[in-house]
Design a binder for this molecule. Structure first.
Ligand SMILES: *Cc1c(COP(=O)(O)O)cnc(C)c1O
Length: 826
C-alpha cells in the first residue's frame, strides 16, 4: 500500500490535479479489467496499437480516481480525480516496481529461457508452497508490463518469490533485471522461440543472462551449448559474478544425468550429485517435462533439499493447465471451467473472462476454499466478496468449511448465497434445474476435485470436438494489425459461424480486442450476435427484403448492391420512421458477384445526396485474386476501378465514408490498398493464404477418439464396398467421425491421414457417415479411447485440405454443428 504522494516522489511525477488522499493497492493499465477501482492507480500506457490515455474516461466511469499520464489530457471530465504527470508512463510503472522490490530481502527466483518458463515457475510453486509463502507472476506475465505488475504483488508476509522474464528485443532484459533483482537465476534453455529480433542465438543468450546480474547462483542446462558457452564466458570475464549450478549429461554438470528410461508412464533419471548416485523419478515422460523437472530439482538441491524429499514432492506434480475452458452447459448455460486453482490472481483473471461472455446472462460462481495467501481469513474473503460484487455476480455457491464460514459477512443481500461443506455434499444436494441460461464459473483448489462439478453441469454429446483457442484469435489479429497504419480500421468477417469456429464466442473476443466492425453474410447471423451480447457495428453482406425487419430491429447495417435493394430498403426505413440509417455500398470491380457497376455510382450518389433516410457508412469492393501473384495486374485494375467509383461517390456524398477493398491476403500482399479499413477473414482463424510472412497460430483443433480396435488377417476388408482390403496382419481403429461431421468422403482409401500418438496414420476403406477406419498397425501402445487429431497444431488444416482437394475455408465451414465446440483461453 502506498500513498499517492509517495508514488509521485518515486516516479518523479507532478500533480496536474489532486483529488482526495488515496491509498494505492492495485496497478492497472487496461480499463476493461478494473476490479478495485478505489484503491487502483491507472497507468496510461502506449502499446503497439492503443494509447491508454484514450481509456482514462472509461476507467473513471468504473470508479478509478488515480491516473498516471505522460501527456496533456482534458481534466474537466475527471472531477475529483488525482492525475500525475510523468515523462514516460511505462518507465514510471517500472520505477515503481523497482522501488517496491527493494523493500524486500527474501529469496527471489528469476526465471528466463526460450521455453518452459511458466511450467518451471508453476512447478517450483507446487514443490515449495508447503515451506514458503510465495509471490509469483500470474499466468505468464513476463513482459515489460507484466513483470512490474508481478513484482508489485510482493507483500510483507511473503518469504519467497518466483518471477518470469521474457524478452523479444535487444536491451529489454536490463530493465527486467533491475525490477526482479533475482537472488537465484534459472535459465530453462535457449531455443528458436521469439528469435526474429536477434542476430543469432548467442546474442539472444547474452541478452537473457543479463537477468542474472544480481544473482548469487544460476541454474541452467549444461548440455544446452549456447547457454553454457555464454554463461562460461560471463564467468571468465567477471561480468556476472555468480555461482553455477548446472544439470545434464556433460561431465561439468553438478547434477550429472547418466541416463533416462521410461517405465509405467514415468521417467526414471539415473543421476549423480556430490558423488552419490540416485534416481530421480519424474511423473511425466515427454522430453520437455523431464527437462523442466530436472531444472526444478536443481533449484531444490541448491536450496538444500535432500533427494528423498525432492522425489517425494515430484510425485505430486501435476500438469500446468492454465487454460480457462468454456463449455456448453445444461439448460442453455455456459460453463467456465477453472477447476485447477484457487488464488486471488487467478480469480481476477477468471472473473474478467466471465465478464467478457454474454453481458446479459445471469452470473453464478461456484467457489471452493482458497489455499493461499498469507492474508488473515477475514481479509481474504472480504477481498473475494468485493471482487464478486464488482463483477456483478448474482449467485455464489460456496463449497468448503472456510469459505462457508467467512464469506457470508461480506456479501450483500442482493447476491444469493448457498453454502456446502464439501464437494460431495454439493453433488448430493444440488438440483440441476436451478441452473438456467446463466454463465457459471467453476473455480476451486485442486483438492476439491471440481472437475466432477463440471461433469455434472456439462452437456454430454458425442466425443468428437472442435477446440477453439481464443488466445490464438487475439494473437492472429495482432499479427495483422501490426501490418496496418494505426489509423486503418479493422472489420473482421465472422460469416458462416465465424468460419466454423462459433459465432458470439469469437465475436466477444474480437469485441474485447476492440476491432471496429464485424461482417456477416446473412441477417440471421447478425441477430444471433446481438442476442449473444455483441454491440459492435455489424455489416450484413447479403441483405434481402425478408430480412429488413430484423436488420433495423437489431441495429445491423446492410450492404446495398443494386438499385432495387436500395429503393426497397429506403422504403422500409421510411415505413419504420427511422432517419440516417447506416448502409454500406458494394461496387463491382471484377469479382462479378454482388455490387453496383462503377458506371452506376454517380446515379447512386445523386440519389443518396437528395434524401436523409440513409447514410453511407462505407463504399467497398471485393478482390477476386489478391493471393495470386499471377493476377496482380488484375488486382491493380480492380483497385483502379474502385478508386474511380470512390471519386464518383465523393462528388455527391460530402460527409466522410470509409473506403475498403482488402481481404486477409491483400493485407499482406498489397499493403498500399489498406485505405480506411480492411476486411480480415481467414487469417484471424490462423490460416495464411499464399504467403508465409506472419507467425499465425492455428485456432481450431478437431479431435476425436478411438471407439474400437480390430485385428484383421490378410484378405479381410474394411468398410462399405470392401475396397479397403488388408494384405498383411493389421490393426484397424474405428474413430468417431464421418462425412456427416464434415470429414469428406474424398479422404477415404488412404488419401487422408490422422494423427494418433505422435504419428500420422492413413484412413482405410470408405469414410462412413459417422465413423472412419484408420490403419494403426504400426503404432505402439494404441488403445480404445486414445485421442485422434483430425487437424490442428500437429496436422495443419492446409494439409488436410490438400488431401481432400479443397481449400481450408471449405474444411473449416464444413464441420457440422453436431461437433461440439469447446473454447479455451490460456
Ligand atoms: C469473406 C470475405 C472477406 C474475407 O476474406 P478472407 O479471404 O477470408 O480474408 C472479405 N470481404 C468480403 C466481401 C468477404 O465476403
Amino acid at each position: 500500500m502506498y500513498k499517492i504522494e509517495s508514488i509521485a516522489q518515486i516516479v518523479n511525477g507532478t500533480f496536474l490535479q489532486k483529488g482526495d488522499n488515496a491509498v494505492i493497492e492495485h496497478l492497472l493499465y487496461d480499463s476493461r479489467t478494473v476490479s478495485f477501482p478505489a484503491a487502483s492507480l491507472f497507468f496510461a500506457l502506449h502499446t503497439q496499437r492503443q494509447d491508454g490515455h484514450y481509456f482514462i474516461a472509461d476507467a473513471y466511469r468504473k470508479g478509478v480516481r488515480c491516473f498516471v499520464v505522460d501527456r496533456e489530457i482534458v481534466l474537466d471530465e475527471l472531477p475529483g480525480a488525482t492525475v500525475l504527470r510523468v515523462a514516460n508512463t511505462l518507465q514510471a510503472l517500472q520505477q515503481l516496481a523497482m522501488h517496491h522490490r527493494k523493500q524486500f530481502s527474501i529469496p527471489v527466483i528469476g526465471i528466463t529461457g526460450s521455453n518452459g518458463k511458466t511450467v518451471v515457475k508453476e512447478w517450483l510453486y507446487q514443490l515449495l508452497q508447503m515451506d514458503y509463502k510465495i509471490a509469483r507472476s500470474p499466468k505468464s506475465y513476463n513482459s515489460q508490463i507484466g513483470v512490474p505488475l508481478s513484482v508489485w504483488q510482493l507483500q510483507p508476509e511473503h518469504t519467497l518469490a518466483l518471477f518470469e522474464a521474457g524478452i523479444s528485443h535487444k536491451g529489454e532484459m536490463q530493465t527486467l533485471a533491475a525490477i526482479i533483482q533475482p537472488t537465484i537465476g534459472v535459465l530453462t534453455n535457449i531455443g528458436e522461440a521469439h528469435s526474429e529480433n536477434f542476430d543469432s542465438l548467442e546474442q539472444k543468450a547474452i541478452e537473457k543472462v543479463q537477468l542474472f546480474q544480481t544473482a548469487e547462483v544460476v541454474v541452467y542446462p549444461e548440455d544446452d551449448s549456447v547457454a553454457s558457452l555464454v554463461l562460461h564466458q560471463g564467468e571468465r570475464s567477471d561480468l556476472l559474478p555468480y555461482k553455477h549450478f548446472s544439470w545434464g549429461n556433460s561431465p561439468y554438470a553438478q547434477l550429472h544425468v547418466d541416463a533416462v528410461s521410461i517405465q509405467d508412464g514415468r521417467a526414471l533419471v539415473a543421476a549423480v550429485y556430490n558423488k552419490q548416485s540416485f534416481q530421480i523419478i519424474v511423473p511425466f515422460i515427454d522430453d520437455a517435462s523431464v527437462q523442466n523437472a530436472l531444472t526444478c530439482s536443481s533449484v531444490l538441491l541448491q536450496l538444500g533439499y535432500s533427494v528423498d524429499v525432492i522425489n517425494e514432492r515430484l510425485q505430486g506434480l501435476h500438469a500446468v493447465d492454465m487454460r480457462l475452458q468454456l463449455k456448453h452447459g445444461l439448460n442453455n448455460s455456459v460453463i467456465i471451467n477453472d477447476s485447477y486453482s484457487a488464488d486471488l490472481t487467478s480469480l481476477h483473471i477468471a472473473l474478467h473472462f466471465m465478464s467478457q461472455q454474454n453481458v446479459e446472462q445471469k452470473r453464478t460462481v461456484i467457489l471452493s476454499d482458497f489455499v493461499e495467501s498469507g492474508l488473515v481469513e477475514t481479509r481474504l474473503y472480504e477481498i473475494i466478496a468485493a471482487a464478486l460484487v464488482q463483477h456483478r455476480v448474482s449467485r455464489v455457491i460456496a463449497i468448503g468449511e472456510k469459505i462457508s464460514r467467512y464469506i457470508v459477512a461480506y456479501l450483500p443481500d442482493s447476491i444469493q448465497l448457498q453454502c456446502f461443506l464439501s464437494t460431495e455434499e454439493f453433488l448430493a444436494q444440488i438440483k440441476i434445474s436451478t441452473f438456467q441460461q446463466e454463465v457459471i464459473l467453476v473455480k476451486g483448489a485442486r483438492r476439491f476435485l471440481f472437475e466432477r462439478v463440471v461433469q455434472l453441469l456439462e452437456v454430454k454429446v458425442h466425443q468428437t470436438r472442435l477446440e477453439i483457442n481464443l488466445n490464438a484469435i487475439s494473437h492472429n489479429l495482432k499479427q495483422y494489425q501490426a501490418l496496418l497504419k494505426p489509423s486503418t480500421k479493422v472489420m473482421v468477417m465472422v460469416k458462416a459461424f465465424a468460419y466454423g469456429s462459433g459465432s458470439s464466442e469469437i465475436a466477444s473476443v474480437l469485441q474485447f480486442n476492440k476491432v471496429d466492425y464485424l461482417g456477416v453474410a446473412y441477417a440471421d447471423e447478425g441477430v444471433a450476435l446481438r442476442k449473444g451480447g455483441i454491440s459492435l457495428p455489424i455489416m450484413v453482406m447479403n441483405a434481402d427484403e425478408a430480412s429488413f425487419y430484423s436488420i433495423t430491429e437489431y441495429n445491423l447495417q446492410p450492404v446495398l448492391y443494386s438499385f432495387e435493394i436500395l429503393e426497397r430498403f429506403e422504403q422500409h426505413v421510411q415505413n419504420t420512421g427511422l432517419q440516417n440509417y447506416p448502409v454500406h455500398l458494394e461496387v463491382e470491380t471484377g469479382m462479378n458477384r454482388l455490387g453496383f457497376a462503377v458506371s452506376d455510382i454517380e446515379a447512386v450518389g445523386k440519389h443518396l445526396r437528395d434524401q436523409s433516410l440513409l447514410a453511407v457508412e462505407s463504399l467497398f469492393s471485393h478482390l477476386a485474386a489478391s493471393e495470386d501473384p499471377a493476377q496482380d495486374a488484375y488486382t491493380q485494375q480492380q483497385a483502379g476501378l474502385y478508386q474511380q467509383a470512390a471519386a464518383a461517390l465523393e462528388k455527391y456524398i460530402t460527409y466522410p465514408f470509409l473506403k475498403h477493398i482488402s481481404n486477409s491476403a491483400a493485407i499482406v500482399r498489397h499493403p498500399q490498398l489498406q485505405w480506411d479499413m480492411v476486411r480480415l477473414g481467414i487469417g484471424v482463424y490462423g490460416v495464411e493464404i499464399a504467403t508465409e510472412k506472419l507467425d499465425l497460430q492455428p485456432v481450431a483443433t478437431l479431435r476425436t477418439t478411438i471407439a474400437q480396435l480390430k485385428h484383421l488377417i490378410p484378405g479381410e476388408s474394411v468398410s462399405y464396398n470392401r475396397r479397403g482390403v488388408v494384405t498383411a496382419p493389421s490393426l484397424i481403429a474405428t474413430v468417431r467421425i464421418g462425412y456427416a461431421d464434415g470429414y469428406s468422403r474424398r479422404l477415404g482409401y488412404g488419401t487422408g491421414k490422422m494423427w494418433v500418438n505422435g504419428q500420422l496414420v492413413p484412413v482405410i476403406g470408405t469414410v462412413c457417415m459417422d465413423m472412419t477406419m484408420i490403419n494403426v498397425t504400426h503404432l505402439p501402445h494404441v488403445k480404445v479411447g486414445d485421442e485422434v487429431v483430425v487437424f490442428g497444431n500437429e496436422l495443419p488444416i492446409e494439409q488436410l485440405a490438400g488431401w481432400a482437394g479443397t481449400i481450408p475455408y471449405e474444411i473449416m465451414t464444413g464441420i457440422s454443428q453436431r461437433v461440439k465446440r469447446v473454447y479455451f483461453q490460456e
